[in-house]
Design a protein around this ligand. Structure first.
Ligand code: NAD
Length: 479
């Protein structure tokens, strides 16, 4: 990391942080050193932000799709111009390294998604066009969108929420996670260099501010990404305003390795499917079911990678895994691995904190010979510890994989394309990947089933989800 990126990051921070003596201290996830002060906005400030966003919305919608797309492209260019500084701030605040599929990668995804949002067209749908009737379904802005995000991919997920919303003519009030507000507020400030005033407002507050955002009478739509428990609270909060909801919630994604699989060919992808962002990824591989015939081979291959992958401070270009972002998440991972160990599971590698690296580092961990009812299998670990469960009957593996109340992603791994496709159809999840896990594309819809939430993001479906529909019904073509 160059000196210039560090000083550009410090200058960005100065633009958005609370004055000395105010706000909340935000630590560097790796060193725990304080890096800045997040503003803590009160409910009254949120109310004011929503009023401003509401006032700005009609003019923003009236600009039309072409002009809004131009402005979103300009916002993407502005992010690109500040990408190194933002990646630096993100790396410190979130913990993910600059290198690998991490901070710079996240910045790249932000602009890729924004540019796709700008280029995607949602046409009215002609429903009936005959002699008696011409009926169309048209898509209009919903109004003010509330965007509530998590701390794991804070910039990318914010863009997923605000890009389509702005594109469709909504204005947005965005509330980042209290763990990662600085990088999000910095990115919003950069976007606001090119967007009209009050079209996109960042509010950084506590959970009560999030709850007020979801229940505010002038909020038409909530884009929420976070835990299933909070998702349920948002449903309750929105009972009064009937805000439309897109809920991207927790997952416990299963992967199934079929008997005929070439283990050497898939080992790297399996590893990164589980350990991307140090396992703190909604649609990461969180439980791996492996056929008896290749079980030891898969465990050995994963353990070999886990033991050798560089982990440490994210600003060191050598590292590709970082710390857990916060103490609560670190404690969850430690508890789940300890419980697995105490019930006799085999810790093949890892299984302990890497205290020499810092307070919140945990060694990449592979747990073998573990029962399916272990907490590490049944609960979302959201960290660098993968349970590998042995199976001998593939139907039993499907049943175990599907026997959880969440269904975000899933994967099947096989050298036989037909077997893989057949297996994929058995999985209960919003996405099922074949021979990979977690890859996303800005034109391919993404969303969960069961308690992983509802509503789709990305592509044309993503634009629909931040719009309201109107049927325009008129006379048909006279014969
Ligand atoms: P969280 O639910 O604790 O917090 C998410 C956001 O909700 C934060 O901004 C928080 O301030 C806000 N919030 C908290 N209480 C609220 C309330 N009562 N009303 C409104 N807002 C409130 O989630 P987290 O710990 O930040 O994120 C981790 C979870 O998110 C994991 O379960 C993960 O699987 C899930 N996740 C899902 C996706 C997805 O796309 N499905 C993506 C990333 C993370």
């Amino acid at each position: 990391m160059s000196e210039s990126a560090a000083s550009a990051a410090a200058a960005l921070l100065d633009r958005i942080q609370a004055p000395q003596g105010a706000g909340r201290d935000i630590p560097d996830a790796a060193t725990r050193e304080i890096i800045g002060r997040a503003p803590v906005h009160a409910v009254a400030e949120l109310d004011d932000a929503i009023a401003r966003a509401k006032a700005a919305q009609p003019a923003w919608e009236a600009l039309g799709h072409e002009k809004r797309s131009e402005l979103l492209l300009a916002a993407a260019d502005a992010i690109d111009a500040n990408a190194e500084a933002l990646a630096h701030l993100l790396s410190r605040e979130q913990g993910k390294p600059l290198n690998g599929p991490n901070a710079r990668f996240e910045l790249g995804a932000c602009t890729a998604w924004l540019r796709t949002n700008a280029a995607t067209v949602l046409e009215p749908q002609v429903l009936v066009d005959d002699e008696t009737l011409h009926a169309e379904l048209v898509y209009k802005a919903a109004g003010v969108v509330g965007a509530i995000g998590p701390w794991n991919w804070p910039l990318m997920i914010t863009i997923w929420q605000i890009g389509p919303s702005l594109r469709m003519g909504n204005t947005v009030v965005a509330k980042p996670s209290e763990y990662t507000p600085l990088s999000v507020l910095a990115m919003l400030a950069i976007m606001n260099e090119v967007l009209p005033a009050d079209v996109l407002i960042g509010i950084s507050g506590d959970r009560e501010v999030g709850a007020r955002l979801a229940s505010h009478p002038d909020i038409a739509k909530i884009m929420f990404t976070g835990s299933t428990a909070t998702g349920r609270r948002i449903i309750e909060s929105s009972a009064g305003n009937l805000a439309r909801l897109t809920l991207e919630l927790g997952g416990n994604d299963a992967g199934i390795v079929l008997p005929d699989t070439d283990v050497a060919a898939i080992a790297e992808d399996l590893f990164w499917g589980a350990f991307i962002n140090t396992g703190q990824t909604c649609a990461a591989l969180k439980r791996l079911y492996v056929h008896d015939s290749v079980y030891e081979q898969v465990v050995d291959a994963l353990a070999g990678i886990a033991a050798s992958v560089p982990i440490g401070n994210g600003l060191d270009e050598n590292n590709v895994l970082g710390p857990l972002q916060n103490r609560a998440q670190f404690d969850i991972v430690s508890r789940l691995v300890d419980e697995a160990r105490s019930r006799g599971a085999r810790i093949v590698t890892g299984g302990e904190a890497a205290t020499e690296l810092g307070e919140l580092f945990y060694r990449p961990t592979i747990v073998a010979d573990i029962d399916n009812d272990a907490a590490l299998v049944q609960e979302e670990q959201f960290g660098p510890a993968l349970p590998v469960i042995r199976y001998s009957d593939v139907d039993e593996a499907f049943a175990l994989a599907n026997a959880v109340d969440v269904g975000l992603g899933a994967s099947v791994w096989s050298s036989d394309p037909e077997a893989a496709r057949a297996a994929a159809s058995q999985m209960q999840s919003g996405t099922v990947w074949i021979n990979s896990h977690g890859g996303l594309h800005p034109m391919v819809p993404f969303g969960g089933v069961k308690s992983s939430g509802y509503g789709l993001e990305f592509g044309v479906e993503g634009l629909k989800s931040v719009a309201v529909t109107q049927v325009v019904s008129g006379p048909g073509r006279k014969a």
